[in-house]
Each structure stands twice: as structure tokens, then as C-alpha cells.
Design a protein around this ligand. Structure first.
Ligand SMILES: [Zn+2]
Ligand SMILES: [Zn+2]
Length: 151
């Protein structure tokens, strides 16, 4: 799979040359702040599969103590380009906003909500919901392992 990705101002252009592992919705306060939206719609992939197709103008920042996602924000539009997390699964994991994909219709549907205790408004879509930090990490890890087995 080779999918085109860019931030909203197009200054950062990337290609994902590998599988989409999973997709989820995060309601945490950091995502609300970084995405300037009630929640983040996030696609998980391997960081190694991301290739920049032009010189990047992004800056990585951590917004809380480790283990925290390194969030790459565009220096032009200040919007998230992609983030990554050190992982012990296989490679580091990349977190890419679903809206940054040129063709979001090829993406799988989100499989869960995490940090749902921070949800700005209720969402009734039948997906599993995880509340609080530990519960959210548990839910995400469980879904991740399941998705990795079906790659
Ligand atoms: Zn940008
Ligand atoms: Zn979040």
C-alpha cells in the first residue's frame, strides 16, 4: 500500500509505504488542543514506512511525561503532520491524522474511543469506549495486538 499524506497547508508531504495497522478516536485533552477539535481521528502505521517526499517543515514536541507521543506539528500551519511513539512491538508506531490522507476512503473504520471521559459530546456509534488513562492504554494495546495479528 502506498498512500499520500500531507498537512492541511501542504508544506509537509509524505507517503505511507506500508499497511495501516488500525484507526481509533482519541478524546484526550492534548489531542483536543493539538487538533483544535473535540477529538482526534488517528491512523496507526509503522514509523519506518513513512517517507517524506519533500523537505519537511515540522517540529516534534512532547506534551506530557513519557511514554508520550512525539507530536510532529507543521511549522507553517501548526497542525499535526504525524506523531510517533517508541514501541517494543516491532518498530516505532506512527500516529497519523486520518484527515491528512489524500484519500481517506481507503482507510479502515475507527475501532474504538479512548480517553472517552474527556469527550466533549456523546458519540453513539457502537464502538468500544475506554475511560481514564490506564483503561485507555489497555484498550488501545489490546486492539493494537489484535490488529497486528491480522496484518
Ligand atoms: Zn502545514
Ligand atoms: Zn489523544
Amino acid at each position: 500500500m502506498s498512500l499520500e499524506i500531507s498537512c492541511s497547508c501542504q508544506h509537509n508531504k509524505l507517503v505511507l509505504n506500508g499497511p495501516v495497522i488500525m484507526r481509533f478516536i482519541c478524546h484526550c485533552l492534548i489531542c483536543q488542543n493539538v487538533y483544535k477539535a473535540p477529538y482526534a481521528d488517528v491512523v496507526v502505521a509503522w514509523k519506518n514506512d513513512i517517507v517524506a517526499t519533500k523537505p519537511q517543515t515540522l517540529e516534534f514536541k512532547k506534551f506530557r511525561m513519557p511514554p508520550a507521543v512525539n507530536r510532529g506539528l507543521c511549522t507553517q500551519c501548526q497542525k499535526p503532520v504525524y506523531g510517533y511513539l517508541k514501541s517494543y512491538v516491532k518498530h516505532d508506531l506512527a500516529f497519523i491524522p486520518a484527515q491528512n490522507f489524500k484519500d481517506p476512503s481507503v482507510l479502515p473504520k475507527p475501532c474504538l474511543h479512548e480517553f472517552y471521559h474527556r469527550a466533549v459530546s456523546p458519540i453513539e456509534d457502537g464502538l468500544p469506549k475506554y475511560y481514564g488513562y490506564m483503561h485507555s492504554m489497555f484498550g488501545l494495546s489490546k486492539a493494537l495486538i489484535k490488529s497486528l495479528h491480522s496484518l
